[in-house]
Design a protein around this ligand. Structure first.
Ligand code: UDP
Ligand code: MG
Length: 326
């Protein structure tokens, strides 16, 4: 491993002018550290000019490769597409909005060369996020870690994976992937590098509340069945409650002091109704996951690719492909 190739994989969704800035920054950092690299930019169905900018960068610099997904699949599938495409000895997954500082890559590579298979960038701050955002991220992380034993606290998607770890990750077939979770689940020797997460340049976060909710539900359903056990547990506590209340009601009725408890009846109906519906919802989420996995649709579709000047003459239009290895 004298001169390893580092693949930098970045999902791009409506980053516009940010594309050039990002490519320049990565090239600058890698050049300074004298690291051989390829940059895989995955256009996740952007509606702006991101793709033409990526294609242009690919023509200008043979180390830049572009993949265009056929529509907006989401960040997770976009990252996977890039990981499948990457050919390096190690891959670094990084956001293309420069919130993850490319300047941390050389330190991550050094950790990898020192023997770590997975190097995670850990946040030292969370600037550029509102207090509410920060708080909900904390709560989500804590709850997630508690339930799944996958450590997510202060974790980011900004990670380096060595080839063996990457191949292990790629063997995980689930449709709804959760990179932070799966890249922890695989194990391997790990190391961390502390980074300052920069202010977001250009526009607000692309995450919507419903998107975050889906991510949380996906993360939970793929890493733990604890919510299902909680439904069972809630059922048992209700059974105990029912026996106590039942006995009390019967005793009152026998002793002739039965009260006309219309309010009690309404309250009981509301409480049990809520619990039953939440229980059904939890089961439904798992059922939906199973349904999605069983359909076995490809996780992403590539519409076209943009590679170096040599290949640009014959652009591979409308390449619809899926993962070749299974
Ligand atoms: N992204 C993507 N597809 C999406 C949403 C986001 O590929 O549907 C990319 C986006 O271009 C960026 C990264 O994922 O490189 C993180 O997105 P964003 O900055 O909006 O999220 P945040 O930094 O708030 O977590
Ligand atoms: Mg961002």
């Amino acid at each position: 491993m004298n001169d390893p190739l580092i693949s930098v994989v970045a999902p791009v969704y409506n980053e516009g002018a940010g594309v050039e800035r990002f490519v320049a920054r990565v090239a600058e950092v890698m050049g300074e550290a004298a690291l051989r690299f390829e940059l895989v930019l995955v256009d996740d169905g952007s509606t702006d000019d991101s793709w033409s900018r990526i294609a242009q960068q690919a023509v200008l610099d043979p180390r830049v490769h572009g993949l265009r997904l056929s529509r907006n699949f989401g960040k997770e599938p976009a990252m996977l597409a890039g990981l499948d495409y990457a050919t390096g000895d190690a891959v670094v997954v990084i956001d293309s909005d420069l919130q993850h500082p490319p300047s941390a890559i050389p330190a991550m590579v050094r950790r990898w060369q020192a023997g770590a298979h997975v190097v995670e960038a850990v946040k030292t701050n969370r600037t550029g996020q509102s207090l509410g955002n920060r708080l909900s991220a904390r709560v989500f992380n804590k709850a997630f870690t508690g339930l799944t034993k996958v450590d997510l606290v202060d974790a980011t998607d900004f990670r380096l994976l060595g080839r063996p770890a990457l191949e292990a990750l790629r063997r995980m077939p689930e449709h709804s992937t959760f990179f932070r979770g799966t890249s922890s689940w695989i194990g391997f020797t790990r190391a961390t590098v502390e980074v300052d997460i920069d202010h977001r340049e250009g526009g607000a976060t692309r995450w919507t509340l419903s998107g975050l909710f889906r991510l949380a539900v996906n993360g939970l359903t793929s890493f733990t069945s604890a919510p299902l056990h909680m439904v069972t547990l809630a059922g048992f506590s209700f059974a105990v409650f029912a026996v106590v209340l039942g006995v009390q009601t019967l005793v009152r009725w026998i002793s002739g002091g039965s009260v006309a408890g219309f309010t009690t009846v309404i309250l009981l109906l509301l409480v049990t109704g809520t619990f039953v519906l939440i229980g059904l919802g939890v089961i439904g989420e798992y059922l939906a996951r199973i349904h999605e996995e069983v359909r076995g649709r490809p996780r992403y579709l590539v519409q076209e690719r943009a590679t170096g000047p040599a290949e640009a003459a014959v652009p591979e239009q409308w390449v619809v492909e899926q993962r070749a290895d299974h």
